[in-house]
Design a binder for this molecule. Sequence first.
Ligand code: GRF
Length: 207
Amino acid sequence: MLRIAVLVSGGGTNLQAIINAKGDGRITDAEIVRVISNKKDAYALERAKENGIESVVVAREDYDSRQDFEKALIGSVDGAKPDLVVLAGFLVVLPEELTRKYEYRIINIHPSLIPSFCGKGYYGLKVHEEALKRGVKITGATVHFVDSGCDTGPIILQKAVEVCEGDTPEVLQKRVMEQAEWIIMPKAINLIAHDKVRVENGRVYIN
Ligand code: GRF
């Protein structure tokens, strides 16, 4: 059984997608053992509660220094004894100690086709604003392993989504979530739970 810790900051629709996929059998042999939020009012915490999943808040404002906050975050992750850490809209840059300790055991969902519209400053609606500004006709989402860089780790799965005439960033964000994020995140987790994902020389191979 793959033990999963899910890290969130907001609405938690990707967390919900994982819960749903477990419910309908698209994810097997895996369980969410803890949800960790850096925001006290994240709706994701409600979702955890409703589904009987343990949740923990580790908020920056509760600690005197960044260092203490990072220590608490690492402690909370370690405490869950996870085989896999899933970043589902977690808006905190991970301490390097964590990315090193959990090499190829942390995954993130990014709302574009990496390497487009990613890296520092590209998160949330900004990603979709930039895609629309550039006039791309196809965008999408990417699940990747997290390394010490920003959106630079090995790519596990990607799914393309069409950009439509008249899209606003909000409309495009919703389509990317529905047609890509909520599909490939559970899929990647299930592949990992069944030991189908292998990293070699910085590239992912799916067995
Ligand atoms: C998603 O767009 C995800 O790609 C990004 O943050 C957003 C999180 O949404 N990393 P939610 O909290 O899962 O609803």
